[in-house]
Structures are given as structure tokens and as C-alpha cells.
Design a protein around this ligand. Structure first.
Ligand code: SF4
Length: 124
């Protein structure tokens, strides 16, 4: 069980995906970093690509739970479970996948805040 604050990784699907066109991604990540109980907030351009796998593997060396604000949660589980398992982590426990596509900045921040407010023990 890991009860530290989670880190948040936003993935913007190359930055060209229309799913993120309604929000200001910089306002989003800055509000998350400053206002919400996360250890850090970062943006990755394409977390499910090979360099994203390498980035995630490096990040998970810390064995810190992560909130991943990106696309469909069931897809995230499939794409990222091996990376968590490689560190002896459980993707269902240690990753909180949030779909923030087609949201405004305000809606996306509210979604992260609600997920963090539902935090239970080490699981977000
Ligand atoms: S993880 Fe999801 S949001 Fe990120 S590039 Fe892959 S499909 Fe797009």
C-alpha cells in the first residue's frame, strides 16, 4: 500500500487530437499542480507510444500511484498495466485513469478534484 500523494500525468494524444481542443492544457496542468493534492503534474505528448512506455517505466521507479488524465480508462488499463506490474504495482490500485477528453479546463480540473476527493487509503 502506498499512501503518498499521487503524481498526475496528462497525456494530450500528440497535441493534435480534437478531444483536447475545448480546454487550455496549460491552465489545466497548472491548476492541478498548484491547487490539488498531487505530488506533481506533467504533460506527456503520447504516453502509449514507445517513448511513453520508457517514460512511464522511469516514473514508476518511485512506485508512486499515478493519476493519468487522458483517454478511455479501459484502454489505459490495457496499455499501462504491464508497466505497473513490472514494478510490482497493481494498475487497478495504483493507477487512477481519467478520461478528460471533450471537456473544458474547468470540467477537467473538477474531474481530477473529484477523483482525488474519493481517495481511499493508498488508492486514489
Ligand atoms: S494514452 Fe490515450 S490520450 Fe495518450 S496518446 Fe495514447 S490514446 Fe492518446
Amino acid at each position: 500500500m502506498n499512501d503518498r500523494q499521487p503524481g498526475l500525468v496528462m497525456c494530450v494524444c500528440t497535441g493534435k487530437c480534437p478531444g483536447f481542443s475545448k480546454m487550455d492544457i496549460w491552465d489545466f496542468i497548472n491548476r492541478v499542480r498548484v491547487e490539488l493534492p498531487v505530488e506533481f503534474g506533467v504533460i506527456h505528448p503520447q504516453l502509449c507510444e514507445e517513448d511513453g512506455d520508457r517514460y512511464l517505466a522511469d516514473l514508476l521507479q518511485a512506485e508512486r500511484p499515478l493519476v493519468i488524465a487522458a483517454c478511455a480508462p479501459n484502454m489505459q488499463v490495457k496499455m499501462f498495466r504491464d508497466a505497473f506490474a513490472a514494478r510490482g504495482m497493481d494498475v487497478k490500485r495504483d493507477m487512477t485513469p481519467l478520461d478528460i477528453r471533450d471537456m473544458t479546463t474547468e470540467e477537467a480540473v473538477a474531474k481530477v478534484a473529484a477523483a482525488l476527493a474519493g481517495k481511499d487509503g493508498g488508492h486514489v
